[in-house]
Design a protein around this ligand. Sequence first.
Ligand code: SF4
Length: 117
Amino acid sequence: MTASNKEKIRKIYETLPKLNCGLCGYGNCGQFAKAVAEGRASPFGCRQNPWSGYRISEIIGAEVPAHGHRFQPAFVSSLLRASSPTMDLKTLREELKEVSQGVDDILARIENLKTRR
Ligand code: SF4
């Protein structure tokens, strides 16, 4: 691992809530930070604070549109370019599955809020 990659992981880690809850699919925040730095996870994958993905995207050099980052093909392609030039179709499929799960989470939260009224 290069020094710059270690620095990237450290910076990503600093933006995370550090709850080590595992909801992102990784054992702890450190493992998630490493996966993002290596292009194996989306910068928006933290379930406790997905908005940290904006800062993380800056750290890894991915361009993020101001609104609707999850639905922008340009964002996905910039993420792929920034994170790993060798990201394969399987990884992209996993990224898109994660995006889809994120949308489902948001819709479930909206439904939950509606029922509370
Ligand atoms: S979901 Fe967020 S807080 Fe929980 S382990 Fe993953 S990165 Fe850490």
